[in-house]
Design a protein around this ligand. Structure first.
Ligand code: ADP
Ligand code: MG
Length: 273
């Protein structure tokens, strides 16, 4: 017969092992505490298990969202909560709210955010990307320049097919800042292939400071630009983001406030002397 201490310790150790093998970390962490709570509250076994299952699922969802956010490689994580709609006049807020539901991603449609520098295009792309991660969709975020650079590198290292496959398989591909850096002919061709493979296969979000009729200036060839726009704009939602740069407006406001406080300081010293 085993002594009392092993019979009380052994099941706990075994349980934790089973929970780990079954990939139930929340069960492993919480089963004792929740057990004590349930015993105190007179809650039966079924409800005790239910409580643990709910905790495990909530935790798993959170861990999966965090993993998708890490995999997306966002430069920073931003949400719509910190986006000031009043600052960008003319932006279609109801369209943005509709897009936040991510149905367009499931339908493999595209979004293009257009507008000058500093109006919040990247912020909007990050917020839509975050919403997609929270909805359980895979996201990859890249600037157009970095993407083209990676494609060229992958081609040189004979692993282009693998990279193209990875880019084709993500539910949402975000290509930020198309328009700042012109591409070489090879770079433009490689980028075109990415769009081509995603066409009606996965959703793509592009941000650009250039209106469509100027895209040739970055892609080089008129034929290629036409073919790319043809695919990208077949099922598209356009976010027109025009207005003054938020960065510039914020720095102007800060300057004004610091001038004002300096002035009040001066006035105060004058009256105090
Ligand atoms: P763009 O990509 O259009 O150049 P960004 O998204 O990089 O602009 O915006 C520049 C900075 O201003 C970022 O820090 C961003 O979070 C902030 N910003 C821009 N527009 C808004 C807005 N409407 N509300 C809140 N923050 C904004
Ligand atoms: Mg930007």
């Amino acid at each position: 017969m085993s002594d009392a201490s092993t019979t009380t310790v052994a099941p706990q150790v075994l349980l934790v092992n089973h929970f780990k093998a079954l990939k139930l970390p929340t069960f492993a962490r919480e089963h004792e505490k929740v057990g004590v709570e349930c015993a105190r509250e007179g809650i039966d076994y079924a409800r005790y298990l239910l409580r643990l299952c709910e905790l495990e699922r909530i935790d798993r969802e959170r861990r999966n969202t965090e993993r998708r956010i890490r995999m997306a490689k966002f430069p920073v994580v931003k949400s719509l909560d910190t986006f000031d709609f009043a600052a960008i006049l003319g932006l279609n807020k109801s369209l943005v709210l509709e897009l936040m539901r991510c149905e367009w991603i499931e339908k493999r449609e595209n979004v293009i955010a257009l507008g000058p520098s500093g109006v919040g295009k990247t912020h909007m792309a990050l917020a839509l990307g975050l919403a997609a991660c929270q909805k359980g969709l895979s996201v990859v975020f890249k600037t157009a320049a970095a993407l083209v650079h990676e494609l060229m590198e992958a081609r040189d290292e004979k692993r282009l097919r693998l990279l193209q496959k990875q880019l084709a398989n993500t539910k949402l591909l975000i290509i930020d800042e198309l328009g700042y850096v012109p591409f070489t002919a090879v770079g433009a061709e490689l980028l075109f292939e990415v769009f081509s493979r995603r066409y009606e296969h996965g959703a793509t979000l592009v941000t650009s400071n250039l209106p469509f009729d100027e895209w040739t200036s970055v892609l080089g060839s008129e034929r290629l630009t036409g073919a790319l726009l043809d695919r990208l704009t077949h099922h598209v939602h356009i976010l027109e983001m025009n207005g003054e740069s938020y960065r510039l407006a914020a720095s102007k406001k800060r300057q004004k406030e610091s001038m004002k406080s300096k002035f009040t300081e001066k006035e105060n010293t004058k009256t105090n002397n």
